[in-house]
Write a protein that binds this ligand. Structure first.
Ligand code: SF4
Length: 275
């Protein structure tokens, strides 16, 4: 029986909506993953890739999807344009408190990604695999947490760890859904899943998504605008102005920006990315 007919039957039997029955079905599949046997070969392939990420002095360069989908209060087009040419900070100034939080988040991601592999919902190459899009005349990189195959459907999957207070009230995960949508746009896979994991008791919730182009439209507009700004830079030498709320090298906004050295030509200044 296909996933769809199975879900319809479950929904009828339990008096659930089809959407809720599908969530229940997928939560059941994910719970079963905890009983699946380890898959040493595939899990090691995945771990090896994670452990060698960023090795050999590989630097984080260029346009990343996560920066493109930032909210209006954070997004800086100048930062994106600069990142096409100059090196960015590599996280050396991230405060230790945040570093600890990031590392915990990584461990939760890896737990789920290995469980997905064990349960046969994907292979190593479906987990945390960076992909590239050159359609705008520059390269955008994006890394979905997983592309899962759940029965007859492919799903772009994002994993989010959430504190227990937020988790108890959670009816959706706005930033995870936005991110999954952008990856759906990039991959052409039009089903998504956001998995939220409670940091305290390891309970989890699943939110299913159908692609909605209205959600990604503002990000595609940003990409079109960047394409234009890049042409203008090459043709007329005109750079995008700084944000109004970024007025010095040491202002609050600049301190959070990985391109501030290039932007203000201070610190290590404008170091070109090697071609
Ligand atoms: S330092 Fe400020 S204006 Fe410059 S790129 Fe960063 S956020 Fe934008």
């Amino acid at each position: 029986m296909s996933l769809v007919s199975d879900i319809k039957q479950t929904a009828q039997g339990k008096g659930l909506s089809v959407a809720n029955a599908k969530v229940q079905k997928i939560e059941g599949i994910l719970n079963q993953a905890f009983y699946a046997s380890k898959n040493p070969e595939e899990e090691l392939k995945f771990l090896k890739r994670m452990l060698t990420k960023g090795a050999h002095n590989e630097e984080r360069v260029g346009l990343h999807a996560s920066a493109l989908i930032a909210g209006e209060a954070e997004y800086c087009a100048r930062q994106q344009l600069l990142s096409l040419y100059y090196k960015m900070e590599q996280g050396e100034n991230v405060p230790i408190g945040l570093k600890r939080i990031f590392e915990e988040g990584n461990a939760i991601h890896e737990k789920w990604q290995r469980l997905f592999i064990r349960a046969g919902l994907g292979t190593a190459k479906d987990m945390d695999f960076t992909q590239y899009d050159d359609r705008f005349g520059f390269t955008i990189s994006f890394t979905p947490d997983a592309i899962l195959g759940i029965e007859d459907e492919s799903m772009v999957t994002e994993i989010k760890s959430v504190n227990t207070y937020q988790f108890s009230k959670l009816t959706n995960h706005a930033s995870g859904e936005k991110q999954a949508h952008f990856y759906m746009y990039e991959t052409g896979i039009h089903k998504g899943l956001v998995l939220c994991d409670d940091k305290n008791n390891q309970d989890f919730k699943v939110f299913l998504l159908d692609y909605n182009r209205d959600i990604v439209a503002p990000f595609v507009e940003r990409l079109d605008a960047l394409k234009y700004s890049r042409k203008r830079l090459v043709r007329d030498g005109k750079m995008i102005a700084r944000r109004n709320d970024c007025n010095s090298y040491t202002c609050k906004k600049a301190l959070k920006c990985p391109m501030r050295d290039a932007c203000y030509n201070r610190g290590k200044g404008r170091v070109l990315i090697e071609a």
